[in-house]
Design a protein around this ligand. Sequence first.
Ligand SMILES: C[S@@+](CC[C@H](N)C(=O)[O-])C[C@H]1O[C@@H](n2cnc3c(N)ncnc32)[C@H](O)[C@@H]1O
Length: 500
Amino acid sequence: MSSRTPYDELHYPGKFYPQAAPSRIATAATLFGVRAPPLATSRILELGCGEGGHLVPIAAAYPHSSCLGIDSAASAIERARDYAERAGVSHCEFRAEDVRSFPEDAGQFDYILVHGVYSWVPEAAQEAILSICARHLKPEGLAYLSYNAYPGGHVRQILRDLTVFHTKDIADPHEKVREARQVCEFIVGAMPPNTLERQLFGRLLGAYNDSDALIRYDLLAEENEPVYFLDFMEGARALGLQFVAESGFAARERPRLPEPVQRWLEAIPDRLVREQYLDFIGCSGFRQSILCRSNRPLEAHPSPATLAQVYLRSSLVPAAQDHLTDESEVKFRDAFGRELTCSEPVPKLLYAQLGAAFPAALPYRQVRERIEARQGFDGPLDALTEGKLVSLLLQSEDSGALEMYAQPPSFPLEIAAQPRVNAVARLQAERGEALTVRGASGLLAADSTLRTLMGLLDGSRDSVRLLRDWQRALGVSAAPHPDALERALRLLAGQGLLAD
Ligand SMILES: C[S@@+](CC[C@H](N)C(=O)[O-])C[C@H]1O[C@@H](n2cnc3c(N)ncnc32)[C@H](O)[C@@H]1O
């Protein structure tokens, strides 16, 4: 059992991070030519798991997996165990343990997740984290580590210096956080309007808006040492690990950079050096890197061949079915009411196909073949058109217009006569968190109307009672329209939030 740590002092709220989910890691790795271990039966380790906000939804998504979370803060581990128990998840073990004393005989894991820990621990713990990844990753396993990075870290460091300096004589942690927030707001507010520094620091400060814990454990953290990507990778490489991709691969693959800059980057032979320059160009302050063993072959970019291994999903549907193959503008709308207009045939045919199959995901191969058929291609798409399709898919993934899966989640789509939300979704809705969707691959931000309905979906009400009780709970004079109930239930079912 570990002794009391700074994280036992102030509650650090846990939540699910889609970018750190095995499903996301598997998709990114697959696109870069690295086969990912099967998610459904995987062995997953999370280091610095806090109160289980991330690991419990993952365990719930994969009932045949086996999950282990460790954290040195005993109070966080107690909350994690309680969360797992209330979510009905019994294959997720939590241990109050320091990464520096991780047992040698813990075995090997398919996925090792380390989110928001690496830069916030001393060097000895950083070394322990990397060597756990090296020793305990299965030969085909994937590790994910996020960390504060330079050069963007330099900007954050100014706020950190200010708050540490300003609060150095305050002992009470709550007062320290309060004062830190106030001094940041005061100093940023004192910067002349319309200046670069005001814009820069104002945006940075926005990240701390709702979270005292973030101020305490980021700005005021005892340890918070950003690292250059190349330096991080030097440590990983020395232990036999290599860089696969960033979890947010799509934004980095097709950065909105001028053509000459893209060509300049492409001419750099060393992929890691190219990544480092990209960090300078984007002033990156945070990285989410996926690693695997150094002996595995991989590709520098997603290609038609690696895309052939993934599934695509989108709820965008066209306003009309005609004009999909000519150059006219067609408006698309998704299940969340977001709109998009396209005129080129390839994106129109892509979204129309996916929208018709939604909520199911379609294999890329099938999508491409149907585009070929509709476009009247005699044989496969030419290289230029296929290259454009790859770019389109990456851009669409980056903008949220479509989702990609190496291993698409499966869940029941039928809506029971007396529907019930799954346990994790219910607990997340109660805690006011965004909801973990579809095999722990993303999040759904439910509004208060939907949350209110979710509170009633306990398997005891049919649609008549749901309409009546929903009206009462909302405190409105007229009952919601049955179509609204139907739409809400279909939304929840399509996101995998209803229980079997
Ligand atoms: C910033 S929090 C992140 C928690 C969680 N991963 C998240 O992102 O919500 C860092 C976590 O690392 C844990 N931690 C710090 N040093 C540790 C160590 N040496 N061994 C194990 N856990 C540690 C802390 O207790 C804390 O829960």
